[in-house]
Design a protein around this ligand. Sequence first.
Ligand SMILES: [Zn+2]
Length: 136
Amino acid sequence: MPADRCCDRLWTVMVLVMQTDAPLWDSLVLDGIDSVDVETVTAAFGTVEVVAKGRAASSACPDCGSSSARVHDRYQRRLKDPPLAEQGLVIRLTVRRFICGAVDGPRRTFAEPFSRLAAPHARFTRRLRRAPSGGT
Ligand SMILES: [Zn+2]
């Protein structure tokens, strides 16, 4: 019956909504990946959205290597992840832009890297690119 399938799907979404405690999603979505903290998780219309941000207090400049904890601004990256329990999975990552401390450095600001989670400027996580259903 189509109605049963509909209820199954609704049930799955409800379960996902109930399981929105951050530590669970931290291990489920970001296990062993960089220093990323899950802030909130929402589920709607077949898509689970995980809001996350970097945990590190400072980051190293890719040009001069000096560490900076001075945040210039923040922006959001939206990363598609492989589906989980038939739900689409999207990571909304808050990326901090740090001010480089080096006076004579060529670069004044640099974005916090999440190299193990996704390639720079990518719209997909590395996992999704590796997923067999996605082809080669
Ligand atoms: Zn620098």
